[in-house]
Design a protein around this ligand. Structure first.
Ligand code: SAH
Length: 246
């Protein structure tokens, strides 16, 4: 059995200089719905507030645990990856990810340490100086002539993508988790597979290129780890041995 991999507690939502307390409450609700609970507020206009609590509905615990800090640097100090959410595609060279890619990236990165998703002001977003503190930018595909979502709606989309990515991303770095198979591991496996299938007369020796290409696509899509490749090769060795007893 694999270790429990719980990335969501390691994904932090950071709101920079939020003007409307109602949005903070709606963000708390969006987070709790998706299983996130680490909220940090950088210089909120008003917090705590009745309006935030009212909009949080059953997510008051997220607001109670929220941390208020005075600089973005403070909010990000213990994070090893930072993604800035931007309503506009920027011309400058930050690597840009779709919201789906952000979910996958954040979940994978949470296997190593804490990850922050940073959201800007309702009226003007994040400044370039704030974006400088981000490793990557995340953008939710939207109408190019009306691309700015409500703050809590934007948090909702990213939080949902993180949740969806949890089942899909294979953690790779800890404990008895195995390294992903290398290109050389995969090539060795394909030679072995071909050899075994020829030996049991499954393959036509003169005509199996397309079949092998198909197998490559299949196994590359599965992204096996080194242990799984070792198991598969063990099976192939047994097949070859059984069909050639001497
Ligand atoms: N008017 C601002 C956007 C403010 S919306 C601007 O043009 O930058 C508040 C925050 O929600 C943004 O700073 C961003 O963090 C997030 N957001 C809104 N729409 C988004 C989108 N399409 N993609 C990614 N983040 C978005």
């Amino acid at each position: 059995m694999q270790d429990q991999f719980e990335p969501l507690p390691l994904i932090r939502i950071v709101l920079v200089a939020t003007s409307h307390p109602g949005n903070i409450g709606a963000v708390a609700r969006a987070m709790k719905n998706m299983g996130l609970h680490d909220l940090v507020l950088v210089n909120p206009n008003q917090f705590p507030s009745y309006e935030a609590s009212a909009r949080a509905s059953g997510a008051a615990d997220i607001l109670d645990q929220a941390r208020v800090v005075s600089t973005l640097a403070e909010a990000l100090a213990d994070c090893h990856q930072v993604i800035g959410a931007s309503a506009r595609l920027r011309k400058v060279a930050w690597p840009q990810l779709s919201s789906r890619e952000v979910g996958e990236f954040a979940v994978r990165a949470a296997d190593v340490g804490r990850v922050a998703l940073v959201f800007g002001r309702e009226d003007s977003g994040l400044t370039n100086e704030e974006l400088d503190q981000c490793d990557k930018l995340g953008h939710i595909a939207s109408n190019p002539t009306y691309s700015s979502l409500n703050l809590a709606a934007a948090v909702q989309v990213f939080a949902y993508e993180c949740r969806m990515a949890c089942g899909a991303v294979v953690p790779q770095s800890e404990g008895y988790r195995y390294q992903p198979a290398t290109h050389a591991d995969m090539e060795g496996f394909y030679v072995h597979l071909e050899q075994a299938l020829l030996q049991v007369n499954y393959l036509d020796p003169n005509k199996h290129e397309r079949f092998m290409r198909r197998m490559r696509r299949l196994f590359n899509r599965a992204q096996p780890d080194s242990k799984e490749i070792a198991i598969l090769r063990g099976m192939l060795t047994a097949v070859i041995k059984a069909s050639n007893p001497q």
